[in-house]
Design a protein around this ligand. Structure first.
Ligand code: NAP
Length: 506
């Protein structure tokens, strides 16, 4: 039996194929997410002839637009957000011919008949795979699903796609999952985490499970610790209203960083398939050492950016970006987590994320233990621990740091070197955007790279005590100047354990 590896298509027990007829409805079709990410991604897949031949893309919003008006907006968005080398007039025209717009207010029950009329307006409409992408505020997720059900739009092949945030705590996440789950079966629900669609993240699974050399080392015997950094150089921009209610822990750690941690820490599944990977990720989330109040005080650091310099340009403080200083929301988190199982007992996982940091870079670093014995007593230079850097963005790739002998006669001079795998140069083609991959998975009905309900809830179960403890303490987030690596306390979190953060270009 051939096995399926994520990112490659091969015959597998659950190998999904593209349907022949598809209606891809973007609820919130004029919004930032739709125009910046979703429609460009659909254009790019259509350009590669991957959309089902009979596909319609239906944007839904309150803005009064006919098909021609919406097509003009979509054209602008594709031209603006797709690399010039990948723009092709004939492909764009073909994609735009698929595009339609339905003007409706999702909060007005009677308006929904307009969408229903469009969905039924095609031969064999009952055979179409219907994708409903919820690119709207999460408060609308439940009501939208209810309306879709009431108008009879949810056929057997329907799927619904949800963006983060799924709730702001465990109870609200359950409420969203209950509301959506009352209409769609779990296998029809696609909770997107675009980090999982990145090539380097999928390659992490391939590197771990399609090679043999790492597996014997991938445990507490040989791994000293793991670091996961997701640093953004941007501030909150015009998302301040949303962000101030969320903060870095909810916005980034609860979803993206914990998902990356799961992929590093999970056990090999029997094969890489729709439920097996998610089963293993869930076990990691359930094995995270619970955060008691004392653990939160000791093992977490909150920060908030003050004014500073980013890329040589002055950057305002969070309070100035927000327009007031009354908030106690964190824009930075660093924490120490532990996975309590046989493989990882005693190995710290340090997670760090923040806005207005010195660079935009996401990276996983697996730091191996020092060699057990100094074999070159009379050498110059020194050995350093081996490290595997997995660069998630911006330049996807992988670097293995080793110690080598510097060429030359005489004694031995030790020097750190690295084996580099750059996606851009090795594969001589740009990596597709994560959404390109993930939207095709939705169309094909492949949920492997999407979060299951139990995963989301397990991630909230672990995160919530941190939020509760922070809310119960008078301490406020520590200030860090914009354009830096975060508050000093984050460096001390590791120094306390005799370690340091690996900065992305080290
Ligand atoms: P946005 O720019 O505010 O867009 C919202 C869209 O929903 C617009 O098309 C808006 O169009 C439509 N809409 C809002 N209320 C409506 C109603 N009552 N009836 C019909 N249409 C309505 O928001 P966004 O940034 O695209 O974000 C959408 C969702 O994705 C949010 O849940 C967000 O948290 C999540 N998300 C976004 C990003 C991102 O990069 N933007 C990233 C991750 C997650 P009209 O005003 O014309 O009705």
């Amino acid at each position: 039996m051939a096995l399926s590896v994520v990112g490659m298509t091969a015959t597998a027990p659950t190998s999904p194929t593209a349907p022949e007829v598809c209606d891809f409805t973007v609820l919130g079709g004029t919004g930032d997410l739709a125009l910046r990410k979703l429609l460009p991604a659909l254009y790019l897949r259509d350009r590669e002839d991957q959309l089902p031949a009979d596909t319609r893309i239906i944007g839904v919003s309150r803005t009064p637009l006919d098909d021609a008006g919406y097509r003009a907006e979509v054209r602008d968005a594709v031209v603006r957000h797709v690399d010039e080398a990948r723009l092709d007039e004939a492909a764009l025209d073909r994609m735009l011919a698929r595009v339609h717009h339905v003007t409706l207010d999702m909060e007005q029950p009677e308006d929904w008949d307009r969408l229903h009329a469009v969905l039924k307006d095609r031969p064999h409409h009952e055979d179409a795979v219907r994708v409903f992408y919820l690119a709207v505020a999460p408060s609308l997720f439940g009501p939208i699903c209810q309306r879709l059900d009431q108008i009879g739009a949810v056929n057997q092949d329907a799927r619904v796609v949800m963006e983060k945030p799924i709730g702001h705590d465990l109870a609200s996440a359950r409420a969203v999952n209950d509301a959506v789950g009352a209409v769609f079966a779990e296998e029809q629900i696609f909770r997107i985490d675009h980090y999982l669609g990145k090539e380097s993240v999928q390659n992490l699974l391939v590197t771990r499970f399609a090679n043999t050399f790492l597996e014997p080392l991938w445990n507490s015997r040989w791994v000293d610790h793991v670091q996961i950094t997701v640093a953004e150089s941007l501030g909150v921009g015009d998302r301040g209203g949303y962000y101030d209610h969320a903060g870095a822990l909810r916005d980034m750690v609860q979803n993206h960083l914990l998902q990356l941690l799961c992929l590093v820490a999970m056990e090999p599944p029997t094969y890489v398939g729709r439920e097996t990977v998610r089963d293993e990720k869930l076990k990691v989330l359930q094995a995270l050492k619970p955060m008691l109040p004392g653990d939160v005080d000791r093992d977490t650091v909150r920060g908030r950016y003050g004014a500073g310099l980013v890329d040589g340009e002055p950057a305002a403080s969070y309070a100035d970006d927000l327009g007031h200083s009354a908030s106690s929301t964190e824009t930075f988190v660093a924490l120490r987590a532990e996975v309590q199982n046989w493989r990882w007992a005693g190995v710290p996982f340090y997670l760090r994320t923040g806005k207005r940091m010195d660079r935009r870079a996401s990276e996983i670093v697996v730091v191996f233990k020092e060699p057990p014995h100094a074999m070159f007593p009379h050498s110059e230079g020194s050995t350093s621990a081996n490290r595997l850097h997995i660069q998630v963005q911006p330049d996807e790739g992988m670097r293995l740091h080793l110690t080598a002998k510097e060429p030359g006669p005489g004694g031995i001079r030790l020097r750190p070197v690295s084996l580099d795998l750059s996606y851009a140069t090795t594969f001589d083609q740009p990596s597709p955007d994560a959404y390109e991959r993930l939207l095709m998975d939705v169309i094909k009905g492949n949920p492997t790279l999407f979060m299951r309900r139990d995963e989301v809830e397990a991630a909230w179960t672990w995160t919530e005590p941190i939020l509760r403890r922070w809310a119960a303490t008078p301490e406020r987030p520590k200030r860090y100047p914009a354009g830096t690596t975060g508050p000093i306390a984050a460096a001390m979190l590791l120094e306390r354990d005799g370690r340091t953060w690996q900065e992305p270009d080290q």
